[in-house]
Ligand binder design. Structure first.
Ligand SMILES: [Mg+2]
Length: 388
C-alpha cells in the first residue's frame, strides 16, 4: 500500500529564515503552520520535510547541531498537535569548506533525490503527492520527482526564476492558502470522478437500446454483393462508414489529452516539464508569471513603465491574498473597537468645546480619554504584530 505525501521545504515555508539557522532558539514557526499541517494530516497526507542544508558543508552548523534544531522544530509542532513523518536534509554543496560534504549531490534541490529516497523508504506514491516550497528549486525538485507543486509567492519576496525552471502547478501566498488549494483540488477531483461515473452509468443504461437496432442489421450480407460491382457505390459506402466511424476517433484526441494530461504531469521527466504545466491550471498564472519573469526579451523601452505597473499590480494582488489569509488576531479586533471609542471621545470633546454651557474641564477630560484610548490602540497593534 502506498501513501500520498506533501513534501515541505523548511526555511520560509515552515519556519522563518534569518539566514543559516545554527541554534534551536532561532527556530520560529511561521503563522498558520501548525493549523495548516494539521489539516493536511486530516486529509491523509504524510508530512515530509525536504531541506537543503549547505550550512553543514560550509562549516556553519554540524549534523549533530542540525539534529537538535530539527528536534526543536518537531517539539514546536508537537505543541500544536502536529507530527512530521520524516525530515530529509542534504548536507552537501559543491562550494563547501568541509571536505567531507563538498560535492555535488542528487539529494540537493533542485534535484529530486530527497523526494525519491523518501518515496522509496516511506512507500509514497509520488503521482498523488505535492511539493510545497518558496523557491523555484523546490518546484523543480517536485516536478522532477513527479509530484504536483505549489510555489509560495509571498509579498515582498519576489522569486528568482532561471530560464530552465519549470512553472509550479499552483501558487499561494502562504501555507494556509496552499492547503486551501489542495482541498479545492481534491474536491474537484472527487466531483470529476463522480461525474464520469454518472456518465458511465447513463451510457450503460442507454447502451442496451443500441444492440436492438444492431440485431436487425445482419442483412448487410446483401450489400457486399453490390460494393464490388459499382465503383461509385464504393466511394459512397466508405464515406458513409467514415461518417459513422470518424465521430469516434475525432473526440478521442480531444478527450484523451485532457484525461491523460493529469497522469502525464506526474510521470513526465524534467525535460518534458514545460508540456504538462501550462496545460492544466496555469492559463491564468502563467500569464502572471510571464508578465513578471519573461517580458525582458519583448520590452521596448517605452513599455517598461507598463511592465512596472503590471508587476506592481501583481504584487498588490498577492499582498491582498496574503492579508486575506493572515491569521485572525484578538488584539487586532480589540484595536479596532478601541479606535472607534477613541474617535468617539474626540468627537465628544469637540462637541463639548463648541457648547458654551460645558466647562473647560469636561473638554479636557474627553480629550484625555481620547488620547488614552489612542495609546491603547497603539499598544494592541504592537501586541498583534508580536503575536504573528
Ligand atoms: Mg525555502
Amino acid at each position: 500500500m502506498t501513501h500520498k505525501a506533501v513534501f515541505l521545504d523548511r526555511d520560509d515555508t515552515l519556519i522563518s529564515d534569518p539566514g543559516y539557522i545554527s541554534d534551536p532558539a532561532q527556530v520560529k514557526l511561521l503563522p498558520h503552520v501548525g493549523q495548516s499541517l494539521s489539516m493536511l494530516k486530516k486529509m491523509g497526507y504524510l508530512l515530509v520535510v525536504v531541506t537543503n542544508q549547505s550550512g553543514i558543508a560550509r562549516g556553519i552548523v554540524t549534523e549533530q547541531r542540525l539534529e537538535q534544531i530539527h528536534h526543536h522544530l518537531k517539539k514546536l509542532l508537537a505543541d500544536e498537535g502536529v507530527y512530521l513523518d520524516a525530515i530529509y536534509y542534504c548536507p552537501y554543496h559543491p562550494d563547501g569548506t568541509v571536505e567531507q560534504y563538498t560535492l555535488e549531490s542528487d539529494l540537493r534541490k533542485p534535484q529530486p533525490g530527497m523526494l525519491l529516497k523518501a518515496a522509496e523508504e516511506l512507500e509514497i506514491d509520488l503521482s498523488q503527492s505535492w511539493m510545497i516550497g518558496d523557491s523555484y528549486r523546490d518546484v523543480a525538485a517536485g516536478t522532477r520527482a513527479g509530484c504536483r507543486t505549489i510555489l509560495l509567492d509571498t509579498p515582498g519576496k519576489p522569486q528568482v526564476r532561471e530560464p530552465d525552471d519549470p512553472e509550479p502547478d499552483k501558487r499561494a501566498v502562504n501555507l494556509r492558502e496552499a492547503v486551501n488549494i489542495l482541498r479545492m483540488f481534491e474536491f474537484q477531483q472527487k466531483a470529476q470522478a463522480a461525474r464520469s461515473m454518472r456518465q458511465q452509468a447513463e451510457a450503460q443504461t442507454t447502451e442496451p437500446e443500441k444492440p436492438e437496432p444492431e440485431t436487425p442489421t445482419p442483412q448487410p450480407p446483401s450489400e457486399p454483393k453490390a460494393t464490388p460491382t459499382d465503383s461509385t457505390e464504393q466511394s459512397v459506402s466508405p464515406t458513409a462508414d467514415e461518417q459513422s466511424e470518424t465521430p469516434r476517433p475525432q473526440p478521442m484526441p480531444a478527450e484523451t489529452p485532457t484525461t491523460e494530461d493529469k497522469p502525464r504531469t506526474f510521470t513526465q521527466p524534467p525535460e518534458t516539464q514545460p508540456g504538462p504545466l501550462p496545460q492544466r491550471p496555469t492559463p491564468d498564472t502563467t500569464q502572471d508569471v510571464k508578465s513578471i519573469h519573461e517580458p525582458k526579451p519583448e520590452i521596448p523601452s517605452s513599455d517598461k513603465t507598463h511592465q512596472l505597473l503590471e508587476e506592481i499590480l501583481h504584487r498588490v494582488k498577492i499582498k491582498h491574498r496574503y492579508d486575506q489569509y493572515s491569521e485572525f488576531s484578538v488584539f487586532m479586533l480589540l484595536a479596532w473597537l478601541v479606535q472607534v471609542l477613541a474617535v468617539f471621545s474626540l468627537v465628544v470633546s469637540i462637541w463639548f468645546g463648541l457648547d458654551a454651557d460645558r466647562g473647560v474641564d469636561s473638554v479636557q477630560t474627553m480629550i484625555g480619554y481620547a488620547v488614552a484610548l489612542q495609546l491603547l490602540v497603539i499598544a494592541l497593534l504592537l501586541m498583534h504584530d508580536k503575536s504573528r
